[in-house]
Each structure stands twice: as structure tokens, then as C-alpha cells.
Design a protein around this ligand. Structure first.
Ligand SMILES: *Cc1c(COP(=O)(O)O)cnc(C)c1O
Length: 235
């Protein structure tokens, strides 16, 4: 299958889910998760109209961002963050979706270049309280949000979740629903909150049904990843 066919399928799947679940058109963003794929593949998607890309590994992302610097793209960092790697993240990316501790937020704030717009931030929530996964626990969200909104050069936009794999649709729904409630709580407390980042290739419909505003899609767009990924959950 070509990238073009996959892209058209993903776009129409999102549209159909929007209609089926009564979501406003335009309110669901597609983030193309391009980890392990070379710049040439991203370029093909850009030619079809895609402009937002998500990357998990800094070194890999740095190369691609340089190779695609002739294009106007929006880059989201979505992987775990080591504190000694925050400077290039603050310099190269437009969004960081995987902030889960104040130390990282402080460093991103201090290291964001003066001449760049505020760095958009999502707080990653460990929605199913998994030992192996990054993210704050739900009850830590509001404290971290307060700390982040007090920092210069950062703009808190919402939350990101990666639920655990579950066999029952109802259980998947429950995690997404809980995330949606936390998102509402955050929106009520702060302005600029507009991003509920949830849903991947295998669960985007359920995520859209439960209120996702941004789906992070890798394999459904690019094909199965063959390179080993550090992410515990791959399709
Ligand atoms: C890899 C990854 C995705 C995309 O996963 P697919 O199942 O390939 O769509 C989404 N979000 C995060 C955080 C990822 O690491």
C-alpha cells in the first residue's frame, strides 16, 4: 500500500469518526508519528498536505528536522525526556507532549530561545497507573499544571495519554473517558487549554468518540515499523 493510500484512509477514518460521534469538523488534528521512518517518507506526506509530525528519539528527530528544514512543519516531541537532553528539545521543537515533571518543565522554559514563540506543552498522564510508563498520576496533574503555567516561554495546551493495551473496548473507553474528565478540569482552570492528545493507530476511533482533539498516528500512515522501538506498546 502506498503512503498516499494510507493517508487517505486515515483522513477518511477520522472524518467518519467525527461524524459518527458528532464531533465538530476541524476539531481533530492528525499528528503523523514518524519515528523510525526516513525524511523521504515524511516528505511524501507533506506533499499530501500533512504538516505536523511527532518524534520520540531526539537524535533521530534532529537529523530529520535538519533534512526537512526547507519545509514549514510543526514538530512535536512525544517520547520520554532525559533532563540532559532538554536543550535541543527546547530549541528544535514546537510542542513537547511528554512533560511529566517540573524539573523538565523548568529546563525547557529556561532553554527555550528568546526569539522563538512559547513552547507548547502537554502534560503526560499515566492514565492506567502502569509502573513501566512515564507520566504523572492523575492526582498530580493540577499541581504540575500550576507550576508549568507560572514558567516563562511555555504555554500549557493540554494533556497526553497512552493507555495500556486492553482486550475490552469498555476498558479502553474508561481510560479515555477519565482522561477527558481531567482535560475538562484543566480547561476550567486555565486558558489556552485546547489539546487532548489521545488515540493511536489501533484505538483512534474510541479516542475520538471520547473527545480526543489530536490523534497520534504512526503505523496506519507509514506501515508497520520494522526497526525495534523502545516503546513497550507497538502494534
Ligand atoms: C509510536 C507512538 C505512537 C504511534 O503509534 P502507532 O500505533 O504506530 O500509531 C503514538 N504515540 C506515541 C507516544 C508513540 O510513541
Amino acid at each position: 500500500m502506498t503512503i498516499q493510500t494510507r493517508y487517505n484512509q486515515v483522513i477518511s477514518q477520522i472524518r467518519q469518526a467525527q461524524i459518527e460521534f458528532n464531533r465538530q469538523t476541524d476539531d481533530i488534528q492528525l499528528l503523523a508519528v514518524s519515528k523510525t521512518w526516513p525524511a523521504s517518507h515524511l516528505r511524501q506526506l507533506v506533499a499530501l498536505g500533512q504538516t505536523a509530525f511527532g518524534e520520540n528519539y531526539l537524535q533521530e528527530a534532529t537529523e530529520k528536522i535538519a533534512q526537512l528544514s526547507d519545509l514549514r512543519l510543526t514538530w512535536h516531541f512525544i517520547g520520554p525526556i532525559q533532563s540532559n537532553k532538554t536543550r535541543p528539545i527546547a530549541e528544535l521543537f514546537d510542542w513537547v507532549q511528554s512533560v511529566d515533571r517540573v524539573k523538565i518543565a523548568r529546563r525547557l522554559s529556561a532553554q527555550r530561545p528568546e526569539n522563538k514563540p512559547d513552547l507548547n506543552i502537554c502534560i503526560q498522564i499515566n492514565i492506567d497507573n502502569e509502573n513501566t510508563k512515564s507520566g504523572v498520576n492523575s492526582n498530580e496533574l493540577m499541581v504540575l499544571a500550576e507550576q508549568i503555567t507560572a514558567l516563562p516561554k511555555l504555554k500549557l495546551r493540554g494533556i497526553m495519554v497512552i493507555p495500556s493495551k486492553k482486550s475490552l473496548v469498555e476498558d479502553q473507553q474508561a481510560s479515555f473517558r477519565q482522561a477527558e474528565q481531567l482535560f475538562q478540569q484543566l480547561s476550567a482552570a486555565y486558558s489556552d487549554i485546547d489539546t487532548l492528545s489521545m488515540g493511536m493507530s489501533s484505538d483512534m476511533n474510541i479516542a475520538i468518540a471520547e473527545g480526543s482533539t489530536l490523534v497520534r498516528i504512526g503505523s496506519a500512515l507509514f506501515g508497520q515499523r520494522t526497526t525495534p522501538s523502545k516503546l513497550s506498546r507497538v502494534n
